[in-house]
Ligand binder design. Structure first.
Ligand SMILES: Cc1cc2nc3c(=O)[nH]c(=O)nc-3n(C[C@H](O)[C@H](O)[C@H](O)COP(=O)(O)OP(=O)(O)OC[C@H]3O[C@@H](n4cnc5c(N)ncnc54)[C@H](O)[C@@H]3O)c2cc1C
Length: 401
């Protein structure tokens, strides 16, 4: 092969997770090679970012110039629409995010990584040979030949390359949704949304996302629960059930064929082992309803780099701590996602204002802003653990127990 065949750290995947961990390792002087099958980033889903993702994005030094600014999220139910402005979060450290066509965003991440000294090579990985004895290298087998790594990081996305090979990939027991995605032009903005907001338009059995870009295009997706009952032309049927999405798409032009996605909510049972670790979707991906995917990639990548630079490649307790923090930080997001699908999230969010404690409303917005990884704001954790009880209160049902 014409590409380098060894590095201290080999990262599979040049998406948000892989470029983040690679950049921070390279900036600390480590020898890092990113392996990706695509020399140019492809358009993918995952286009709506969360404000607290800006902590890592700004540390990376990625310019967000030209991307659509996102200041809030609108959730519709029936005829009603409710806006969550990020400026009302408990902490407004990061009060806005961006809507990013992913090929462009990922290209900027790769440029920053290259500037930090990360090397890239283009190859499709087939298998990883893990060391049988301490001190032996990991060998990544690719269609361009083997690549030897002192330490291997799988950041190759939701197919969970290494977790599948090791038999440690688990689908979520409850969240088994499927999605269709495309881009439109000419999508309408309707009150109460402010230009740049993401819209989540719900209906019985699923929801649409509408993510506006600065160039006039809008990413539109449909997420369907297993019991949605849609068959045949599921897109048209879902639009008929969701007047709020249909009104925004009236007169708009679809720019690309629908792309189907499924089995996306899955975890690896372990995030690291001797000579390897997982970052981003390769470790875990939750349902997309709260747009948390790229935030998890950035946080897992940056914190993995920190743990490795502290000696985590030789001391597994450092990676244990990294994994435990990641799982604990993600827990409220999972609780909120489950509450979204059992209806309690929207029951609480839509409760009459006089029934809402302001601190809970702001806690929900903190959660939607992704304020989960740094200490000092317990509200998103408290509110996420109580959606069921709060829904019982606003619906005036007897509280269990
Ligand atoms: C329906 C849906 C909607 C979503 N919406 C959002 C959203 O609005 N906001 C959000 O933040 N997140 C969203 N996500 C999640 C988001 O898409 C992911 O969290 C994010 O893209 C994962 O980044 P990553 O770096 O882990 O992997 P990826 O971005 O998938 O990058 C993986 C890289 O690895 C490379 N690769 C893969 N396999 C191989 C191989 N065998 N050999 C060589 N290279 C390989 C690929 O070419 C790719 O460049 C959504 C997900 C779904 C399913």
């Amino acid at each position: 092969m014409t590409t380098p065949e060894a590095a201290s750290f080999v990262v599979l995947g040049g998406g948000p997770a892989g470029t983040t961990v690679a950049t921070f390792l390279a900036r600390a002087g480590r020898d890092v090679l990113v392996v990706d099958q695509e020399s140019t980033p492809q358009p993918v889903v995952g286009e709506s970012l969360l404000p607290f993702g800006q902590r890592v994005i700004s540390a990376l030094g990625v310019s967000m110039d030209g991307f659509m600014v996102k200041r809030g999220a609108v959730f519709t139910r029936g005829e009603r629409s409710l806006r969550f402005p990020f400026e009302d979060a408990v902490r407004d450290t990061w009060s806005h995010a961006y809507q990013v066509p992913r090929a462009e965003f990922d290209a900027r991440l790769r440029t920053v990584a290259q500037e930090a000294g990360v090397r890239f090579t283009w190859a499709k990985a087939d298998r990883v040979d893990l060391p049988e004895a301490a001190g032996e290298p990991v060998v990544l087998q690719t269609d361009q030949g083997p690549i030897r790594a002192g330490f291997f990081i799988d950041a190759a996305g939701r197919r969970k390359f290494l977790a599948r090979q090791l038999g440690i990939r688990e689908l979520h027991p409850v969240l088994r949704n499927a999605a269709l995605a495309t881009h439109y032009t000419g999508v309408r903005t309707l009150p109460p949304e402010v230009e740049g907001d993401i819209v989540i338009a719900t209906f019985e059995g699923g929801w649409f996302w509408l993510i506006p870009f600065a160039d006039g295009r809008t990413s539109v997706g449909l997420v369907m629960t297993p019991s949605c009952g849609l068959k045949g032309d599921r897109w048209a049927q879902a639009l008929a059930l969701c007047p709020q999405a249909a009104a925004r798409l009236e007169g708009a032009t679809c720019l690309a064929p629908l792309r189907g996605l499924q089995d996306f909510t899955a975890y690896a049972k372990r995030f690291h082992g001797p000579g390897w670790a997982l970052a981003g979707d390769a470790a875990m991906f939750l349902d997309p309803v709260f747009s948390s995917g790229v935030l998890l990639c950035l946080e897992s990548g940056e914190r993995l780099a920190r743990a490795l630079l502290a000696g985590g490649d030789a001391d597994p307790t450092l990676l244990d701590a990294w994994e435990a923090h990641l799982r604990a930080s993600v827990k409220p997001m999972e609780q909120a996602i489950l509450a979204f699908y059992d209806g309690s999230f929207l029951d609480v969010a839509y409760a009459p204002r006089e029934m809402q404690a302001e601190r809970y409303r702001r806690g929900i917005i903190s959660l939607l802003a992704g304020d989960l990884f740094e200490p000092g704001n317990p509200m998103p954790f408290r509110v996420a653990a109580r959606f069921g009880t709060l829904a019982d209160i606003v619906n005036r049902r007897p509280v269990a127990g």
